[in-house]
Ligand binder design. Structure first.
Ligand code: NAD
Ligand code: UDP
Length: 327
């Protein structure tokens, strides 16, 4: 039986990844320090004899007994609200955490896949974004703590590949959504759905003309797994190229939830990328991957999940926005 370590296992993507690796017959060790994750995301795995969990900060030396075949390094805050609140931890997990994960891969002779992001393209001047675009990032802006941490993650991963011969994979994940996101994690989909469920107005930042392209989690996880199993070590974009403006998206959520909420406009956060859409030619050619779940279906499934949460959980997850952060 192959053995995998997933860092960030109690998070949104990490927990779905644990499910996938267990489903294909691997034994999985989950690791997390719960800085943005939740035990409830992995509670269903408690009785699974092929799953074990270690509560650990990956910025500290990682000690795993026995063999490891795969490491999937997903530990990192991912929502702008989170990384503005915990900027130093975000930089540290991208740098020290990634260094430790790569050191472990080298020591165990394991293949490692690291989670990078479309944010390494910053506010992109090339559209759609191809993997050979170097990006447009403000190093000293509020988002720089995340963007630069992930750019460093890619650089140190390539250094371990070139210098130590470690078997590495780099995925650039574009906005992904689905069940197990936190309603108050600040990202736009849980933000809008939480507002609709609480009967609040939807907060569109700026004039809403900025674009994003949203990928359903099931598709994203399949792309991650295919890259892990491939022989390709350069970065690959995995995301859904179906691009939409945030204003149009807010209108779609109002229609989906059948509420009569209004849209209110708030200041656009500094360096908020004006456009984002993955070019997935590489993923199609190398991995035979493309997304299958359209936005209407994915949003309905996500909304059903949020609706299924108890009123107590909904109330706990009151809306957070950028008003408490300086630009
Ligand atoms: P998330 O916040 O739900 O999960 C991140 C997990 O990492 C949390 O459980 C958190 O507690 C854990 N973590 C953070 N720092 C840690 C540390 N020092 N030690 C141990 N655990 C730590 O976010 P997510 O959306 O699941 O994102 C997971 C990964 O995917 C991140 O690396 C993120 O940068 C990347 N990513 C996600 C998206 C997306 O749209 N969801 C897009 C691009 C990249
Ligand atoms: N956004 C918004 N209202 C919200 C939350 C987010 O208009 O309540 C916008 C945000 O400014 C950005 C887009 O939605 O343009 C996506 O934001 P998110 O935080 O989900 O992810 P990003 O792609 O910016 O990392």
């Amino acid at each position: 039986m192959k053995q995998a370590l997933v860092t960030g296992a109690a998070g949104f993507l990490g927990s779905h990844l644990c499910d996938k690796l267990l489903a294909v017959g691997m034994s999985v060790i989950g690791m997390d320090n719960f800085i943005t994750g939740s035990m409830s995301n992995i509670a269903h795995l408690e009785d699974n004899s092929n799953f074990s969990f270690i509560n650990h900060d990956v910025c500290q030396h990682i000690d795993i007994k026995g063999d490891l075949d795969y490491i999937l390094h997903f530990a990192s805050p991912a929502s702008p609200i989170d990384y503005l609140k915990i900027p130093i931890q975000t930089l540290k997990v991208g740098a020290l955490g990634t260094h430790n994960a790569l050191g472990l891969a080298r020591a165990k002779n394991a293949r490692i896949l690291v989670a990078s992001t479309s944010e390494i393209y910053g506010d992109p001047l090339v559209h759609p974004q191809t993997e050979d675009y170097f990006g447009n990032v403000n190093t000293i802006g509020p988002r720089g703590v995340y963007d630069e941490a992930k750019r460093y993650l890619e650089s140190i991963t390539m250094a371990y590949h070139r210098y130590h011969g470690v078997d590495t994979r780099i995925i650039r994940i574009f906005n992904t959504y689905g069940p197990r996101m936190r309603l108050n994690d600040g990202r736009v989909i849980p933000a809008f759905m939480g507002q609709a469920l609480r009967g609040e107005d939807l907060t569109v930042f700026g004039d809403g003309s900025q674009t994003r392209s949203f990928c359903f989690v099931e598709d994203e996880i399949e792309g991650i797994y295919r890259l892990l199993m491939s022989e390709y070590h350069l970065p690959v974009n995995i995301g859904n190229p179906d691009e939409i403006t945030i204003l149009h998206f807010a209108q779609e959520i109002i229609a989906l939830t059948g509420t009569d909420q209004k849209i209110v406009y708030k200041e656009l956060p500094k360096n908020d990328p004006l456009q984002r859409k993955p070019d997935i030619t590489k993923a199609k050619e190398i991995l035979g991957w493309e997304p299958k779940v359209g936005r209407a279906e994915g949003m309905q499934r996500t909304y059903n999940y949020f609706k299924s949460l108890s009123q107590e959980e909904l109330n706990k997850m009151e809306h957070r926005d950028f008003t408490s952060f300086k630009n």
